[in-house]
Design a protein around this ligand. Structure first.
Ligand SMILES: Cc1ncc(COP(=O)(O)O)c(C=O)c1O
Length: 557
């Protein structure tokens, strides 16, 4: 070959390689830019750093002085803590006894117990303020523990409890009657499925339905199908969004291996839209509309309440606009838009988040409350997205099973749930729902402001979170004062309260009174004393210094 051609060919190859590298580099840079600046936005780095944090804890003296409070304040805190500890011991003996008896054998209990508060304080709190894990009954908006103590239920059973526990008891009773003749026969379907499929198609506005045993599995199936049909590999989730505990949707802390085919992008950001609009490997985008309350924020657990940096504010129109833009980009790129409505589903409107925000998805997952009190996950999707095989490639299938996926008792409870959802009695609960709960939040905030308490609430309808207005290391203590006032909280403490729609004004006012009383008691006990120079940043820096010091001294030891 003429050497001129060879040289030309080499130049062309070189130029091609450089262009490819530049394009790749550009893609990588765009991706980096589209991540949220927090650690949650950088899942791999977060995992690596988390693995390096050493355990250390405060001794009794430091426990009350982590913010260098003067002795007089520390003494008030200690007296308050001792009073609470005695009260817990007296009031919850049987509930705590059973909890202690079984805890060693229940991994979940050990985990939730250890992670109620920041780890430096955890053991001391666990030793003295023992929280019982058992309740024996529920009625109205209350639950009762093994010692007969009644609590207003703010746990919402992880979101399942939308219409009040009595509603679900009735669904279950009716479900058992309906399924009695068939019993637990699996494989063949109970006829209740016909109604469920019909209503779910109407509610979702989508063509097909698949049943699963949990929300996590419904999400797994949605992503698997999106990958199958688009022949692309990656899923997009937004920073902080929870979609169950499957590895690919939980790329950060909590998952022992990296999720290599997941992009975690900055929520409500132009840069994220740009990445979605330009990359060719994105199969689907997952949206958890709960993030509208705290875009890019993790589930607000008190275990990470190390300062007062928790933020939340819901802007319905801004989020709807974001979803509309996301919808347009996904449509133009053939990317499957999945709304994960497992948590919020029927909580915002009978037609779920699609109806509430006025945006349609290609696939929607539901769960929790839809099971009428039983475990469930549901996926609804467009026909061409839901198909699990290809006409022209018989061996190329997209597999999905699950022994209990259409359990007769679950299906009959779901049928009951859906029938009741259509009744006037339930529909009326949705009328003016947001106005009602926004008004209640504003009322409580007003009281907190007037009482000069450094606490506020923020809400997305009936889902609430607690915010703290002045830098403090002890905000997590509020959960123990709230429990002492007879409010039942989930293990993430003040991070999330979930109200059921059957809370009357009187019920709500009782909760508000208790909330204010708890905050007042906490303030009187000195926990919110603050060094005027302290800021959230200075608190975080100090903790970082502690962590480094412990890591350093451990390495030397
Ligand atoms: C939005 C969302 N997706 C998925 C899941 C997982 O559902 P499950 O706990 O039923 O597996 C949850 C559970 O909290 C959720 O809130």
């Amino acid at each position: 070959m003429d050497s001129r051609y060879t040289t030309f060919a080499l130049y062309a190859l070189g130029a091609g390689a450089i262009t490819t590298s530049l394009v790749k580099l550009k893609g990588r840079l765009a991706l980096s830019k589209s991540k949220h600046r927090s650690l949650s936005g950088h899942a791999r780095m977060a995992r690596r750093l988390a693995a390096m944090v050493p355990f250390y804890e405060y001794d009794e003296r430091r426990f009350f002085r982590a913010d260098d409070a003067p002795d007089e304040i520390a003494a008030r805190r200690e007296a308050g803590f001792t009073r609470l500890a005695e009260m817990y011991r007296e009031r919850y003996p049987n509930t705590v006894r059973l909890t202690e008896e079984v805890r060693d054998g229940v991994s979940d209990m050990q985990f939730t117990d250890a992670y109620r508060v920041p780890f430096q304080f955890s053991r001391f709190v666990r030793q003295h303020l023992r929280v019982g894990a058992f309740v024996q009954s529920s009625e109205g908006v209350t639950v009762t523990d093994l010692d007969g103590n009644r609590f207003y239920d703010l746990t919402g059973s992880y979101g399942v409890n939308l219409f009040g526990n009595d509603f679900y008891k009735q669904c279950i009773e009716r479900a058992v009657e309906q399924a009695r003749d068939l019993g637990p026969v699996l494989g063949a379907y109970h006829p209740a499925i016909a109604h469920n499929v019909k209503r779910l198609r109407e509610i979702s506005g989508l063509d097909e339905v698949s049943f699963h045993m949990s929300g996590t599995e419904a999400v797994m199936q949605a992503v698997r199908l999106a990958r199958y049909h688009t022949r692309r590999t990656h899923l997009v989730r937004f920073c902080g969004a929870y979609h169950g505990w499957w590895g690919d949707v939980q790329p950060g802390i909590g998952n022992p291996i990296p999720a290599r085919e997941t992009y975690t992008l900055n929520d409500m950001s132009e840069d994220a839209l740009r990445v979605i609009a330009t990359r060719r490997d994105i199969a689907c985008v997952l949206v958890n509309p709960l993030q509208a309350l705290h875009p890019n924020g993790d589930a607000p657990s008190d275990t990470s309440l190390i300062d007062s940096g928790r933020r939340a504010e819901f802007d319905r129109e801004a989020y709807a606009e974001w979803l509309r833009r996301l919808r347009a980009v996904c449509s133009s790129r053939g990317i499957v838009l999945i709304f994960d409505e497992i948590f919020l589903g029927f909580r915002l409107a009978p037609g779920g988040a699609q109806e509430y925000f006025g945006v349609r998805a290609d696939m929607v997952t539901y769960g929790k409350t839809l099971g009428g009190g039983f475990p469930v996950g549901v996926l609804c999707g467009r026909k061409e997205m839901m198909r699990r095989f290809r006409e022209d490639r018989p061996a190329d299938i997209c597999f999905a099973r699950g022994t209990f996926n259409s359990h007769p008792y679950v299906m009959t409870a779901m049928e009951e749930f859906l029938r009741r959802l259509d009744t006037a009695e339930i529909r009326v609960l949705y009328a003016g729902l947001d106005e009602l709960w926004n008004k209640r939040a504003a009322q409580l905030n007003d009281r907190l402001r007037k009482e000069n308490l450094p606490v506020r609430v923020a809400n997305l309808s009936t889902v609430w979170t607690t915010l703290y207005t002045q830098p403090s290391r002890y905000n997590w203590m509020l959960q123990y004062y709230l429990r002492a006032e007879g409010l039942a909280l989930s293990w993430i403490g003040t991070g999330r309260f979930i109200f059921s729609l059957n809370y009357s004004q009187a019920d709500f006012e009782a909760v508000a009174d208790r909330f204010v009383a708890a905050a007042k008691a906490m303030q009187q006990d000195g926990w919110w004393w603050a060094d005027p120079a302290a800021t959230n940043k200075s608190i975080r820096r100090k903790i970082l210094r502690e962590i480094l010091a412990h890591r350093f001294s451990r390495n030397r030891a």
